[in-house]
Design a protein around this ligand. Structure first.
Ligand code: ASP
Length: 323
């Protein structure tokens, strides 16, 4: 009898808990972008949030928590209520910062639940409009000859722009002067104003400026040239062998968020990634939405785990850490 009562109680609890999530979401959802407003992560998040709002029937708003290469915003979400109302949209930096930072306020692989992958964005090596070199080969020579004065913008240690900048310096075997910002939105303002020389940043932040001629583009980091930037050579074409990197983005929830919620959010993400406006705007910015199979908790979990393993030895070999 006791057993029967216990079984009944468990079933009732289960029914209650699934019923409790049946009405989710009942209020506004906040997605934390761990970089300043106006940058590439912000742009991607706002497009996806708008489309998810339509599907979820509730507002999905963006909060920018920039600083420390994305780790401040990630830490904020890690310590938020696991109720499905605070999420994080972060990129490859989630994986690289796990090794780059000796101390993080959260344990990357144990502090989050997964919603799904969003997009994989190519990078571009760009510079202020009036930087002298005409092509990538010239830029490499120029950077080597002026290594104490050439400045490279990034969004802090752990940011994608930091990773790409490090890859560039390692490829040309030269250290340049780095200038950290809270996001590459504000870094772009300084590049446009000529206060900083070079940046390696996502096409979602640079395509419009390159097309408008307000900054100079030296290379894309994809395997092939991009339709939206047909005149910009790949880094490989420009002489940097093997220089390829894509900036994958994913949506996370705090650890303990019920699976019913992350599944619901994943379904909504899948709908958002098929939204004609998202597809069209992504295409204009040189990227494509992730597939339905990738916009799932399992795919993001696998990606994060494999990317932490991929970048760990590279970062350890470079020996550059942050505290
Ligand atoms: N995604 C950029 C980076 O990692 C930062 C940003 O979105 O502002 O460099």
């Amino acid at each position: 009898m006791k057993k029967l009562l216990a079984a009944l109680a468990t079933t009732a609890a289960l029914t209650l808990s699934s019923a409790a999530w049946a009405d989710y979401p009942e209020r506004t959802i906040t997605v934390v972008v761990p970089f300043a407003a106006g940058g590439p992560t912000d742009t991607v998040t706002r497009l996806v949030a708008e489309a998810m709002s339509k599907d979820l029937g509730q507002q999905v708003i963006v909060e920018n928590v920039g600083g420390a290469g994305g780790t401040l915003g990630a830490g904020r979400v890690a310590s938020s209520e696991p109720d499905g109302y605070t999420l994080l949209l972060h990129h490859i930096g989630m994986a690289t910062s796990a090794t780059l930072y000796r101390k993080l306020a959260y344990d990357t692989l144990n502090a989050f639940e997964y919603v799904g992958l969003v997009t994989d964005v190519p990078m571009t090596i760009v510079a202020r409009k009036d930087l002298e070199p005409a092509d990538l080969k010239g830029l490499v020579e120029y950077a080597k000859a002026n290594k104490d004065t050439v400045t490279v913008a990034n969004a802090g240690i752990g940011a994608a722009s930091h990773l790409c900048g490090m890859m560039f310096m390692s490829a040309i075997d030269t250290s340049l002067v780095t200038v950290p910002y809270k996001g590459t939105g504000p870094a772009m303002t300084d590049l446009l104003g000529g206060q900083v020389d070079i940046m390696c940043d996502q096409t979602t932040n640079t395509t419009k400026q390159i097309q408008g001629g307000t900054i100079k583009a030296y290379a894309v980091t994809s395997a092939k040239r991009l339709d939206v930037l047909p005149d910009v050579p790949t880094a490989e074409e420009g002489g940097l062998t093997g220089f390829q990197v894509g900036i994958w983005h994913g949506i996370y929830a705090p650890k303990g968020t019920p699976a019913e919620i992350t599944e619901r959010l994943s379904k909504s993400l899948q709908v958002a990634l098929k939204d004609p406006n998202v597809i069209a705007r992504f295409a204009e910015l040189g990227t494509v939405p992730s597939s339905e199979a990738d916009a799932t908790p399992a795919a993001l979990k696998a990606k994060l785990e494999s990317e932490i393993a991929r970048w760990k030895p590279v970062i350890e070999a470079a020996g550059q850490y942050a505290d």
